[in-house]
Design a protein around this ligand. Structure first.
Ligand SMILES: NC(=O)c1ccc[n+]([C@@H]2O[C@H](COP(=O)([O-])OP(=O)(O)OC[C@H]3O[C@@H](n4cnc5c(N)ncnc54)[C@H](OP(=O)(O)O)[C@@H]3O)[C@@H](O)[C@H]2O)c1
Length: 422
C-alpha cells in the first residue's frame, strides 16, 4: 500500500474496453462519489471523455469522473497513474502483451493492483519477476479477479474454512463442478486466448507452465501429488455420473494450488483440486461428456497450429473492443458447486459450497467480482496475512470478498453435504 494519500482510491485502467467499461459502470452505480474516489484510465482521451459523459448521465451525483491518460507501452505514464492511485484495477489485455509494465509500475510505487488475467504463462512471469519485490514494496498484486478464478478460488476457501471450523480438519480433495451457465465472449478474451497459444508455441517456459499442475506455486515448490487437469470424459469419484474437462480448469486449478502454497499449506501438501463439467448419468451423460471433451480438444488442436490460429484470429474471432451489450452482460447466469472431502477424528466428511450469480459470468458478474476486489483492497477490507506479493483472490483478499459479493446478489453458501459419510 502507498504511504501518501493517493488522489484516487481506484483507477479502472482499460475503461474504454468491454470489461473495463462494465466495471466502471458497476462501481459508479454501487458507490456515491464521496464513498469511493474513482478515476477511469486508458490511452484515448476522446473515448474516455465520451465514457465519462455516459457515466454522468446514467448515475446519481457522479458529474465528472476524473480521467487518467497513458499507454501500456509507456512506463513513465504508468508510474504516474500508479503513484496517484490506491488501487489500479486493470482490464488492459492481452496481459501477456500489455500487462508487465503496469505490474512493474505498481511494485515500484507500492500500489495495490487487481486484474482479470487467465493467461497462466503471464501470471507465472509476474510471479518470477515481481513477487519478492512486491513483498518488499508492500504492493498487493492480485491476479485473476474475474470469472477466472474468483468462483473456484473463493469457493475452495469457503469450503476449507467451513471444514476447519466444523471438523477441525481440511478437505484433502476439492472438486469444482461447473453446473450451469450461459454467457458470452469478447474479442479481448479471444485475443488473450490467442496470446496464450502463441506463447505455448514459441516459449519453452510457457509450455512448461501449461504442462506442470503446480506451475503457479512459489519457485522451488513446483511439484506435488496432484496429477492435474482432466482431459477426457470420466465418471466422477465423488458424485457418480459423467464429467467432461472444464475449459477454465488449467487456470483455476493452478490458482487454487497457489493459494494453498502461499497460505502455508493449510489444506496439506497432498491437497488435490480438480475442476470439471458434470454431464449427467448413463449413456446420455457419457455422450455429452464426449461432445464437450471433443469440442474442447478440437479448439485446442486448432489453436495449437500456427496458420489455423492466425486464420481463426483474423477471420472468425470478434475484434478486441467487441463484446456483449450492457443488456447481454446483465443477462446470463452461472452456478458452480465445490465439493470438499476430508477425514476428521471420527470419520470422513463432505462439505458442499455453491457460488453463482444471475449475470453473464465473464462480463456482468466479472465486473462485480473485479470491482469488489478493487474495493476490498482500497479499503483494506481483507482477511490475508500478506501486505504485498503476487497473490490470488483467496490469499490476497479472502472471505471479505465473498461477503461483498453476497451483498450484491451473488450466492456464496456452504454446508455439510448430505450423505457426507459421518
Ligand atoms: N477472467 C475473466 O473472467 C475475464 C472476463 C472478461 C475479460 N477478461 C480479460 O480481460 C481483458 C480485457 O478484455 P476486454 O474484452 O475488455 O478487451 P477489450 O475490449 O479489447 O479492451 C481492452 C482495453 O485495453 C486498452 N488498450 C489496448 N492497448 C492499450 C495500450 N497500449 N495502452 C493502454 N490501453 C490499451 C483498450 O483501449 P482502447 O479502447 O483505446 O482500444 C481497451 O480499453 C482480456 O485479457 C480478457 O481475457 C477476463
Amino acid at each position: 500500500m502507498t504511504d501518501a494519500d493517493p488522489t484516487h482510491d481506484v483507477v479502472v485502467w482499460g475503461a474504454t474496453g468491454v470489461a473495463g467499461r462494465f466495471t466502471a459502470e458497476y462501481l459508479v452505480e454501487r458507490h456515491a462519489p464521496d464513498d469511493l474516489s474513482l478515476a477511469v484510465g486508458g490511452r484515448s482521451r476522446e473515448k474516455l471523455d465520451a465514457l465519462v459523459d455516459d457515466l454522468t448521465r446514467r448515475s446519481d451525483g457522479w458529474d465528472g469522473v476524473p480521467v487518467v491518460v497513458g499507454d501500456a507501452t509507456d512506463p513513465e505514464s504508468l508510474r504516474t497513474i500508479a503513484h496517484d492511485a490506491r488501487v489500479v484495477c486493470t482490464t488492459v489485455g492481452p496481459y501477456t502483451r500489455y500487462g508487465s509494465p503496469l505490474v512493474e509500475a505498481c511494485v515500484e510505487t507500492g500500489t495495490d493492483y487487481c486484474d482479470l488475467t487467465g493467461e497462466v504463462n503471464w501470471a507465472r512471469e509476474t510471479i518470477d519477476r515481481f513477487h519478492e519485490a512486491a513483498v518488499d514494496a508492500g504492493a498487493r498484486i492480485v491476479h485473476s479477479c474475474g470469472f477466472d478464478s474468483v468462483p473456484a478460488d473463493l469457493g475452495t476457501l469457503i469450503v476449507q474454512s467451513f471444514a476447519a471450523e466444523a471438523f477441525d480438519a481440511p478437505c484433502k480433495t476439492v472438486r469444482i463442478y461447473l453446473d450451469d451457465g450461459s454467457g458470452s465472449v469478447s474479442g479481448g478474451t479471444l485475443a488473450s486466448f490467442g496470446e496464450l497459444f502463441e506463447a505455448a508455441a514459441t516459449d519453452p517456459i510457457a509450455r512448461e507452465t501449461l504442462r506442470n499442475p503446480y506451475s503457479l506455486a512459489p519457485s522451488g515448490e513446483r511439484s506435488g501429488v496432484d496429477p492435474g487437469t482432466q482431459r477426457w470424459p470420466r465418471t466422477d469419484p465423488l458424485c457418480g455420473g459423467w464429467t467432461a474437462p472444464s475449459p477454465m480448469a488449467p487456470v483455476n486449478e493452478r490458482v487454487v494450488r497457489r493459494s494453498n502454497a502461499l497460505l502455508g499449506y493449510p489444506w496439506g501438501r497432498e491437497f488435490r483440486c480438480t475442476e470439471v463439467v458434470p454431464t449427467g448419468e448413463g449413456v446420455r451423460g457419457a455422450a455429452a461428456a464426449g461432445l464437450v471433451a471433443g469440442g474442447l480438444g478440437a479448439f485446442t488442436a486448432a489453436m495449437s497450429v500456427g496458420p489455423l490460429r492466425s486464420a481463426l484470429r483474423r477471420y472468425a474471432f470478434p475484434d478486441p473492443g467487441e463484446g456483449p451489450t450492457r443488456e447481454e452482460a446483465e443477462a446470463g447466469h452461472f452456478r458452480i458447486r465445490v465439493l470438499g472431502r476430508g477425514t476428521a477424528a471420527d470419520g470422513s466428511f463432505t462439505v458442499e459450497a455453491e457460488f453463482g450469480a444471475n449475470r453473464d459470468p465473464g462480463y456482468g458478474a466479472t465486473a462485480r467480482m473485479l470491482g469488489e476486489s478493487a474495493t476490498c483492497l482500497a479499503r483494506d477490507e481483507v482477511d490475508s496475512p500478506f501486505d504485498g506479493g503476487v497473490l490470488t483472490p483467496a490469499s490476497g483478499i479472502g472471505l471479505p470478498l465473498a461477503e461483498r459479493l453476497r451483498e450484491v446478489g451473488f450466492t456464496a453458501s456452504v454446508d455439510e453435504a448430505a450423505g457426507g459419510g459421518r
